[in-house]
Design a protein around this ligand. Sequence first.
Ligand SMILES: Cc1ncc(COP(=O)(O)O)c(C=O)c1O
Length: 336
Amino acid sequence: VNVHDLPTPSLLVDLAAFEHNVATMAEAHPGPALRPHVKAFKSTALARRLVEAGHRGFCCATVREMEGMAAAGLGDDLLLANEVVGPAATRLGTLARSGTARVTAAVDSAATMEAAADSGVTEVLVDVCVGLPRCGCPPEEAASLADLARSRGLEVRGVMGYEGHLMREQPAEDKAAKVEQAMALLVEAHEAVGGDVVSAGGTGTYDCNRWATEIQAGSYVLMDTEYVPHAPAFRNALILWTTVISVYQPAGWAVLDGGLKCLGMDHGNPTVEGGQCFVVSDEHITYFPDGDRPAVGDRVRVVPAHVDPTVALHERMYVVDGEAVVDTWEVDLRNW
Ligand SMILES: Cc1ncc(COP(=O)(O)O)c(C=O)c1O
């Protein structure tokens, strides 16, 4: 199949850029030194490529991702790097008890820890807040949570602390210094908690986080225009493939058949190759071409500004090598 025969709007994965990204990260963090984050691509077919690159443990953000990875036979070591209670915790326990995956849950409170123990999860990481205002317990509470976990018969594998607030720090020296401060909190918590695992880091800190035993990066696999300046070793591999459906000759703008319903827009407008993005609406991108006016029916590549929510809007990604469509990866871990 040729890329020009694909329906639009659809997602393409540029195989050369993808392979470059996977190889670059695998060289920096080989095998178990990387625990790729599934939330960034939500596809077991893609995850399988990361297993081929040597990584067998994965992070997930949702129970759906955990279940799907296990069902696909990719459950060697799955970390739910997120907190769950209630029905989600029950589902996670069901998965753990099924024996189809090794399940570890992040816990940051007595409530999430009790939910894990009650549901049948047997292994946890104590999630520590290292500055990102999201999940994680205060560092000084990590030890007592670990004690509580052990008193409930849970195996405490170590700690996790995601420094997501530092991924985009500039310049690089400032980033490295702030990561060191954040990781000092995590290392201290780890000394109090015990276990083998210090899980932290992301695409923006993969080259300066020396304290994590495993880096949790996900965006690096496909990347986006917003992230590339903060992790320039990686390339944009994700493309929204669109068709020109209208050209307004008096003013010179052209209209593409993909809009914000197929693009994560929280990091701003996408980049239209060969033009300037003007406005994105539900089903359309209006842009000004740099050179000659395109014709209705022409295909145009658009590079998303935020990878995770973009992928989550699509059912599949077409892998392209030049103009040849060489594979199709279902986005089978969508939804919850
Ligand atoms: C807990 C956790 N770890 C790691 C990551 C991956 O980070 P990145 O997108 O920088 O690869 C995320 C992403 O938000 C995350 O939430």
